[in-house]
Design a binder for this molecule. Structure first.
Ligand code: NAP
Length: 448
């Protein structure tokens, strides 16, 4: 390489200095999730002959020829864009690649071709120099890993390289998401547009320049989902037209949407009976359309499968540590005159919403049962409530038939199989352990 003409070598640096250069362009869009700069091990210079340990990433860069000096210079520019502008850069330092169809002037094909012609093989120096080699398919595989799994080089800039656009500012889940971003130092803005207004969503994306979009907007009905039975066009407008419009606009802009959907699109059936421990899986087709709310959500989930930029999270009976929030499942059932008693899958927001943020960073897509593993019944929760919060608390149960008389639309009861989420996040707690850790222990008012 020491014979590489200076002018050719400078091309490596020039690509980053000349305008418009890729770094500058990526900084301007603000939408790049990974910027991989392919550098070379030659930036380290020569390794001592008797070196016991090879160069590591923090080794001093001591390029010995113009080619490697320009590669080292380019690395500096890449690093600076990562540090200054939060560009999510990754620099790889590979060494000599070999494999089929390589240019004939490279060492291995050159020696093979010369040997085939019976010619002598020219070797630098006394032949004692050593080089490391990488097979081209291994290199391609390594890039695949780096692309999908590698942390970014500039750890401190990592957070600022994210920018979330969140829909649902005034809502329960949307509000909690903002607090999580505040806590984690992730820049975010709430969307101003209505979901069904394409031009407003486009304006949000242009203004905010997000890296990820979170959809916690939806019509849920007040005081409850029965509202949707008498407001069908309004429910369709947001939950169907709006959600699909957001997915479509984001797809056009290469943006991942984390979509807080619902698991209330299933009910126990012969293949998944109550108490069996057999939960509905991600690929199962919704079987509950008893309420108009659930019907619209099931229809949209089916259509969203065609959008590969969407991560659908099936939330169920969400619970948070804020026991004063009337939307909280615990708050609801502790205030009802009578409650049914059915084991169900549920979502502990304090544990799972931060997981959804991590899912965005990991670029998770497709459908996910977004509940803690296992089920918990109404009575089991109220027993915990009595134990941790109010020993004098009592409640009365009634049957599903009796419940049907006080609500307009039927409600879904089911178990979702959370093993896909558990595989991705092995530390996730079972529903009962999560309830104790995230809800009852922090709110404990008794000596339990
Ligand atoms: N809470 C639950 O029990 C539960 C269970 C499972 C799934 N989910 C799903 O999770 C999502 C969030 O639930 P949540 O409990 O946080 O709901 P929420 O408290 O009712 O909040 C809904 C949010 O959506 C916004 N919104 C409604 N229509 C909109 C539209 N057309 N364009 C833009 N924003 C709109 C509302 O804003 P405005 O006030 O400005 O209208 C509000 O900020 C919903 O899709 C819901 O279906 C909730």
């Amino acid at each position: 390489m020491s014979t590489t003409p200076l002018v050719t070598a400078l091309n490596s640096l020039k690509q980053y200095i000349w305008h418009p250069c890729p770094l500058e362009a990526c900084k301007t869009t603000g939408q790049i999730k990974r910027f991989i700069h392919v550098s070379t091990d030659e930036v380290y210079g020569e390794t001592e002959e008797d070196a016991v340990v090879g160069n590591h990433e923090a080794s001093q860069l001591l390029p010995t020829n113009p080619y490697s000096a320009t590669k080292a210079g380019a690395e500096m520019l890449v690093m600076a864009y990562g540090r200054s502008y939060g560009l999510p850069v990754i620099t790889t330092r590979g060494n000599n690649v070999y494999g089929p169809n390589q240019f004939p002037e490279k060492l291995i094909p050159k020696f093979i071709l010369l040997a085939m012609k019976g010619k002598t093989l020219p070797i630098h120096g006394d032949g004692s120099n050593v080089r490391s080699y990488l097979y081209c398919e291994d290199v391609a595989e390594a890039f695949e890993v780096i692309l999908h799994k590698a942390p970014r080089n500039n750890a401190p800039a990592q957070k600022s390289s994210l920018k979330f656009l969140i829909y649902g500012r005034t809502g329960w889940i949307g509000g909690l998401l903002g607090k999580i971003c505040d806590k984690q130092g992730i820049p975010y803005e709430y969307g101003r547009g209505r979901l069904q207004e394409r031009s407003q969503l486009l304006a949000d994306i242009q203004t905010v320049k997000p890296t990820h979009v979170f959809n916690a907007a939806g019509v849920t009905g007040r005081p409850n989902v029965d509202w949707c039975e008498t407001h069908k066009p309004e429910t369709i407008r947001t939950n169907v037209v709006g959600t699909l419009t957001l997915a479509d606009v984001c797809r056009e802009h290469g943006l991942l949407v984390i979509n807080y959907a619902t698991g209330c699109i299933f009910e126990f059936d012969d293949a998944h009976p109550l108490g069996s421990g057999i939960g509905f899986k991600e690929e199962d087709t919704p079987n509950f359309t008893g309420s108009f709310y659930s019907k619209t959500k099931a229809m949209v989930e089916e259509l969203l499968k065609e959008y590969d930029n969407v991560c659908t999270l099936r939330v169920r009976m969400p619970i948070s540590s804020d026991l004063s929030n009337p939307r909280n499942f615990i708050t609801k059932i502790s205030r009802y005159n009578k409650v049914v008693n059915i084991p169900n899958s549920m979502t502990i927001l304090d544990e799972l919403l931060p997981i959804s943020v991590e899912m965005a960073k990991r670029n998770c897509r497709g459908i996910w049962n977004f509940t803690n593993p296992g089920v918990v019944s109404h009575n089991e929760i109220l027993e915990m409530y009595k134990k941790y919060i109010d020993p004098s608390f009592n409640w009365v149960n009634f049957t599903l038939e009796e419940q049907a008389k006080v609500i307009v639309a039927p409600r879904s009861n089911n178990e979702l199989d959370a093993s896909k989420l558990k595989r991705e996040f092995p530390e996730m707690l079972s529903i009962k352990d999560s309830l104790i850790k995230y809800v009852f222990e922090p709110n404990k008012k008794t000596s339990a």
